[in-house]
Every structure is written in C-alpha cells, then in structure tokens.
Write a protein that binds this ligand. Structure first.
Ligand code: SF4
Length: 383
C-alpha cells in the first residue's frame, strides 16, 4: 500500500493580490453553487484506479476555500467518501484568510473533520500589506487565529512572506516575533517572487518597483532560520518550519513523489506514472464536466529520467534529503557517476550520506542552482 493525498482547488477570492499566480478569481461568488455541483460530479466520475493507495491527507486550497459555506464543503467531502475510501485521512487542511473566517464557521469546519488550518498572514505591517494588496490587517490575523484556537484547531499554519520591497529587518523580525508569540504549529515562509503575468511583474518590469537584492534575501533567509530554531521550529523543507510532529503531511506527499489526486480548475494529479492537470479556467472546467467531458488539458507519462530528476530536485529541498534508494538499480551507476561530479563541484554545499543526498546549511541558499546541476540530461536509454 502507498500513502496518497487529495487536493481540492477552490478558486474563489475576495480580491486578486498583486503577486498571486495561483488560479484565483475575485468577483465570481455567484458561480459557487454551480462549482460545488461540478466538483462533486468530477469526484463521482473520477476514473483513476486508486486500489493500493491509502489516502491519509486532504488539502482544501485555492483561492480562498473558506469562502465556501460549511454545507458546501460537506457536500464535497461526502462525494469524496462515496467515491474513495477516505477513512484513513489523518490530516485535513483548509486555507483561510485573516478576517474571512469567523469562529462559528471555523467550528463548523472542524465538526466536518477538518483538523488543520492554514492562514494567509503574509505580513503584519500595514504598509507592506497594502503593497501586497492584501485586504486584512494585523488585528484580523490575531482575531482569526484566536477564533481558530477557540473553535478547537490545534494545528495551525501561518504563511509569511519576506523580501517585500520596503520591508526592513526590523519589520521582519517584528513579524516573526508577533507570529511565533501566537504559537502556531507550522510556518510556511517564502520570499516574494515575481511571477510572470502578475501585476507585480509588470510593476517590476516597468521600473516602478525595485525588488530587494539577492544578498538581502539570502541574509533574511538565514536569520529567519536562526530565529525560528530558537523558538523550537525546525526547517523540514527549505520554506517550511514545524514544531516536532506537525510537519505538513500533505506537502510531504508532493516532495516524496507519492501519488495524489487533484480536483477543481488548475488542480494537478500524479498516479506514480503519469502527471496531469485540469484546465485553469472555471467556466470551461464547469462546461466540460457538465457535458460529460474531461477537464484535463495536459497528461504525460514520466520517463525514468524525469522521475529521477524529481526524486533529486524535490528531495534536496527537504532536511532529510533526497532518497537515492528510490532510484531503480539499472540507473544507479549513471546517477552515481553524475553525483560524484556534482558533489565535487558543490563541495561544502551538497553532501551524501549513504542513500541520502542533502544540502548543507551553506547550500540551502543555492538550492535552485544545485537542483539545475542535478538534472540528468536527455538520454536515449532513459526516456
Ligand atoms: S488571497 Fe491568496 S489565492 Fe487569493 S489572490 Fe490573494 S494570494 Fe492569491
């Protein structure tokens, strides 16, 4: 049996944040009832043979899934339990934005079995929240966090962003202090990235906004790690920190190449052999399902080379490292030869211990460059 996850993409949001490249839609709440029926139908008709999988995580993401009414979430959960054996779910996460999830609603989510809350805090500084075009303030963060505790959530993640233009070291340390003082079990901490197609991308390209330098971002990354270590958080993945035992099991599925099924527009799936994704277009997604067509737009089978690249590329981002034992025996010699060269090139940044390949502390800030070097080139014997 292999453990597996389920992801639901709920694309609705109150506004579109300046930096966001997720598939999310403001101003489409009128479509929610139809969307719920559609995603239920997508689940009912899921053709994937999941025999041999044990679903142990469910992640309800988006968008802002807490916009849905508990009754609507319940309808989707019921569809999942009719179509799959979900009796083994141990971690069920829902994402929410500060100020958009009152205690009563959180209590109702908890009563549906949802046992983990992920809060999109991003910052507590008014100017930075304004820059990010977030619509909450610090007070809303405190209120929603406390409401979640009162409702009974004992596993809460807060998302935070660093390397925001105008963010001083003082701002950032103050955010970290105030958030860790609240006592979350998990923190996802990302540097602000400029994704193509976003408003932020246009502003940076036109010269209207200057991003912090790489050196500033790297310094911030290491000082964050030190600060959080003192507060009992360990970085089990390059951007994710948890107190012991509260690592996000769902994300670990992605990073350890486990299978997962995704439902909703833009959701990705992987069955251990193929990857596919749904169209990132709400109307087209609903029309396809309503007319008994598939919402899938890309499907491809991973070659052995691509699988190995994923094992290495995702694996080195985790503190436990890439698991080289997952590489099939017939490719071991080739991979070992490549690794010897890369380990020499990145001496002091990358290390190998038996069947694990790790980044050293110094190597963490070079993760992307090292991952690029680790990617096997095309090879007729492996594709
Ligand atoms: S709330 Fe989250 S998903 Fe929605 S637009 Fe903002 S960053 Fe994107």
């Amino acid at each position: 049996m292999v453990s597996a996850g389920i992801y639901l993409h709920i694309p609705f949001c109150r506004t579109k944040c300046i930096y966001c490249d997720f598939y999310s839609l403001p101003g489409r709440d009128e479509a929610i009832p139809r969307f719920v029926k559609t995603i239920v139908e997508e689940i009912n008709r899921c053709p994937v043979d999941t025999g041999g999988w044990v679903f142990d995580t469910l992640f309800i993401g988006g968008g802002t899934p807490s916009i849905l009414e508990p009754k609507q979430v319940e309808m989707i959960l019921q569809a999942l339990s009719r179509r799959f054996d979900i009796s083994g779910l141990r971690e069920i996460t829902i994402e929410a934005n500060p100020g958009e999830a009152p205690e009563e609603k959180l209590r109702a989510f908890l009563s549906l079995g949802i046992n983990r809350l992920s809060l999109g805090v991003q910052s507590l500084e008014p100017d930075l929240l304004r820059f990010l075009t977030r619509i909450h303030d610090a007070e809303a963060v405190y209120t929603t966090f406390r409401s979640a505790r009162k409702a009974g959530f004992d596993n809460i993640n807060c998302d935070l962003i660093f390397a925001i233009p105008g963010q001083t070291i003082h701002n950032w340390e103050s955010d970290l202090k105030r958030i860790t003082n609240l006592g979350p079990e998990h923190l996802s901490i990302y540097s602000l990235t400029v994704e193509e197609g976003t408003r932020l991308h246009r502003l940076v390209n036109s010269g209207a906004v200057a991003m912090p330098t790489d050196e500033e971002s790297v310094n911030r990354f290491y000082s964050t790690m030190e600060f959080l270590a003192e507060r009992g958080f360990h970085p089990y993945e390059i951007s994710n920190y948890a107190v012991n035992g509260k690592e996000c099991r769902h994300n670990l599925h992605y990073w350890t190449n486990d299978p997962y099924l995704g439902f909703g527009p833009s959701a990705h799936s992987y069955d251990g052999r193929q990857r596919w994704r749904n169209i990132p277009d709400l109307d087209y997604y609903m029309e396809q399902i309503e007319s008994h067509q598939s919402p899938v737009i890309d499907r491809y089978t991973l070659s052995p080379r691509e699988k190995i690249n994923e094992i290495l590329g995702f694996g080195i981002r985790m503190s436990e490292g890439a698991n080289l034992a997952l590489i099939p025996d017939k490719y071991r010699v080739r991979v070992n030869t490549m690794l010897d060269e890369i380990l020499e090139k990145w001496e002091g940044y990358l290390k190998r211990e038996n069947d694990r390949l790790f980044l050293t502390r110094k190597g963490l800030s070079f993760a992307d460059a090292i991952a690029v070097d680790l990617m096997l080139d095309e090879n007729p014997g492996m594709d």
